[in-house]
Design a protein around this ligand. Structure first.
Ligand code: ZN
Length: 277
């Protein structure tokens, strides 16, 4: 295994981690101050900054954009809704290309309003990714399917295991891979096997920690080292599968980390990246 303390350039900040107190421009400058060389920005932050301004700031500071958050949300109650979702995903691809992002992360979406048909939603996801691939593949922008913890199956993502994401990749072919986020997959008894199966299709590796107890389904993620995920072990599996990309820190934490001074947060992110990840 590589000594990550000696690979500081692979540390990436998912910009949601400090989004409550800093704009994207402040985040980019903060990363430069703290020696963080890669970011994964969110669409709404880029929109608030202005795409051209964001591209300029990222270039000025020489940052790597290891992923763009996010496309997906494919299922809808009718064909018009699905067409709107696909159109919005085309714009996400365009923005990702402008930013020089290495992939577009897909949070695929859950059940359409009023529906109880999760199998149907999963079929809509498969069809949606296939349609988006026709746009992204010729432009050489990889799509990264991120399986989300099953607690989000209804409202955020009905792809809930790495096995499911790998099956989609097998079915859809070139141009699509997976993002492995330890928060979503740490509990999966098949994780080691499915990481090995994913192999070179792993396009992203996201870290934070699972707190016990977790007090909010969405906004109570922990800093690496504060919870029960064996991050170093999972990173070992991901690297053994051939992944040599960024380690992206992604922490949604309304009660703790979002309340703190972002400079302090980035300092601790750097320390924990070296000591825990
Ligand atoms: Zn993630």
């Amino acid at each position: 295994m590589r000594d990550l303390a000696r690979h500081p350039e692979l540390l990436s900040l998912n910009t949601a981690t400090v989004r409550e107190r800093w704009t994207l421009a402040q985040i980019i400058e903060g990363c430069a101050r703290h020696g963080i060389r890669a970011i994964a920005p969110w669409r709404e932050q880029v929109a608030a900054c202005g795409l051209e301004t964001a591209v300029g700031l990222i270039r000025t500071h020489g940052l790597r954009v290891n992923g763009y958050c996010r496309g997906g949300m494919f299922p809808a109650a009718d064909a018009a809704g699905r067409a709107r979702a696909l159109e919005d995903n085309h714009r996400a691809v365009d923005e990702a290309l402008a930013l020089g992002a290495e992939c577009l992360v897909l949070v695929v979406g859950g059940l359409p309003a009023g529906s109880k048909d999760i199998a149907g939603a999963r079929q809509q996801v498969k069809d949606g990714i296939a349609a988006l691939l026709e746009y992204a593949r010729p432009q050489r922008l990889p799509l990264a399917i991120e399986p989300l913890h099953p607690m989000y199956a209804a409202d955020r993502a009905c792809v809930n295991t790495l096995a499911q994401a790998n099956d989609l990749c097998d079915a859809l072919g070139e141009g699509v891979g997976v993002a492995v986020d330890v928060y979503h997959v740490w509990w999966d008894p098949a994780l080691k096997r499915e990481i090995a199966r994913a192999g070179r299709r792993i396009l992203g590796f996201h870290v934070c920690d699972w707190l016990v107890p977790t007090t909010d389904l969405l906004l109570d993620r922990g800093m690496m080292g504060d919870g029960i995920i064996d991050i170093a072990k999972i990173r070992g599996w991901v690297e053994a599968a051939g992944y040599d990309g960024c380690v992206e820190v992604e922490i949604f934490s309304a009660r703790n980390w979002w309340q703190r001074d972002p400079d302090e947060v980035l300092q601790i992110v750097r320390e924990r990246y070296a000591s825990v990840c």
